[in-house]
Design a protein around this ligand. Structure first.
Ligand code: PHB
Length: 394
């Protein structure tokens, strides 16, 4: 090689080294962009806020960084409107170029998000919506859930209603959409596997709250028990209407625990004594829950609920992925592996991920006492969603 060529080669090598080191430097300083797609208006507004609060609390506890990286938030109000789901998710993915999507509450919107996440290969953590499909037919390496599948608490309630409460017949009532349908299906599966019979399935469109004619129908049907799926503002109204219609003392009411989570202040005496099943409860008495509750109350002047826990755990899952990848969110395989293998020290009790990326967790039976959903027992230990239809390929 002549002198001129050698010095050109050296120059090129130096330039390359400079670029590489600038790249590494930029990457170490670059913030992780987190896209929060949550309902900030409508019947689920309080749920969206609790999820965001929980997520931010974990980041704050880590000194504002996870996996050694600062976090930058981007937010979209999804209005719990599935029709706007693809556009809203794309605002975060394409316009804001987020590294990870976190959302949402409503199952229909979450399914739209899962499709966008699949198409664009964006990392998605679902911090509430239970749509069975997210960890079923739509499952993918880049899609995780920090909450539950609609089947999980519902199936456990079906077992309790038949085996422990000895009910023979039940009427179900819910909003007509994925979460309601799947919750009823899960309850029915548990209840009928133990000899119970669902005699009528009633519903109304989401997010309507005109319950009167349905309550009249329930009174006429006189089942042994009623199972419902409602949440947020709709759950508040339903529990009050059930009591006001005079049904509370006559036909026992059960639900997936969303019926009474984050809602007891507003429901008052109408909720007293209700039995529900969920992956969180008051009085769990574990160390993590105690510090979580203290820190949450101190930061937000509010008591946390299941939604806050799910937001907090979404951040913990992301942190586990980032740690495994040395803080580099672009190392997708390492991030995914870290999340898959994590044991999350959750306020609900620790949990692991199923092969379909859904929490394997205890489902508690809870009873409303005053303003609390007191834990009664473990209704289903280490319950894994069956993940029907999940083929983990991409
Ligand atoms: C859902 O749509 O999946 C959903 C909404 C609210 C809840 C739970 C599940 O509290």
């Amino acid at each position: 090689m002549n002198t001129r060529r050698r010095s050109l080669t050296l120059l090129a090598a130096a330039a390359l080294a400079a670029t590489l080191s600038a790249g590494a430097h930029a990457q170490a300083n670059e913030k992780i962009k987190v896209g929060l797609m949550l309902p900030y208006t409508g019947t689920f507004a309080a749920l969206g806020t609790a999820i965001e609060n929980g997520f931010r609390l974990y980041v704050q506890e880590q000194g504002g960084k996870i996996g050694g990286r600062e976090i930058e938030f981007f937010k979209v109000d999804d209005e719990s409107d599935p029709a706007k789901g693809p556009e809203n998710a794309n605002k975060l993915v394409k316009r804001d170029q987020v590294d990870v999507l976190v959302g949402t509450v409503h199952s229909g919107v979450a399914m739209a998000m899962a499709k966008v996440a699949k198409d664009t290969n964006t990392l998605l953590i679902v911090p509430n919506a239970g749509a069975d499909a997210v960890t079923g037919p739509l499952c993918a390496p880049n899609i995780f859930r920090s909450s539950f599948s609609n089947w999980q608490p519902a199936y456990a309630m079906g077992l309790v209603a038949a085996e422990q409460q000895k009910h023979k017949t039940a009427v179900t009532l819910t909003w007509k959409y994925a979460a309601g349908d799947e919750s009823v299906r899960g309850f029915k599966e548990g209840f009928e596997s133990k000899g119970g019979k669902v005699v009528r399935e009633l519903n109304l469109p989401f997010p309507n709250v005109e319950f009167q004619s349905l309550l009249t129908e329930i009174a006429a049907l006189k089942p042994d028990a009623v199972y419902v799926f409602f949440a947020g503002g709709g759950a508040v109204k339903f529990v009050k209407d059930y009591a006001a219609a005079g049904l509370k003392g006559r036909i026992p009411l059960y639900g997936a625990g969303f019926l009474t989570d984050g809602t007891l202040e507003a429901q008052g005496a109408a909720a007293e004594g209700l039995l529900t099943t969920l992956h969180y409860a008051d009085g769990l008495n574990n160390a993590k829950d105690k510090t979580f509750r203290l820190n949450y109350a101190k930061t937000y002047k509010l008591q946390p609920d299941v939604y806050a826990v799910q937001g907090y755990d979404a951040a913990q899952m992301l942190a586990a992925g980032l740690q495994a990848a040395g803080g580099d969110i672009k190392k997708r395989d390492a991030v995914v592996k870290g999340m898959e293998q994590a044991r999350i020290d959750s306020p609900r009790g620790s949990f692991t991920m199923s092969k379909a990326h859904n929490p394997v967790q205890d489902i508690y039976l809870r009873k409303v006492e005053g303003k609390e959903n007191r834990v009664v027992s473990v209704a289903a230990k280490n319950l894994a969603d069956p993940a029907r239809g999940c083929r983990m390929t991409q």
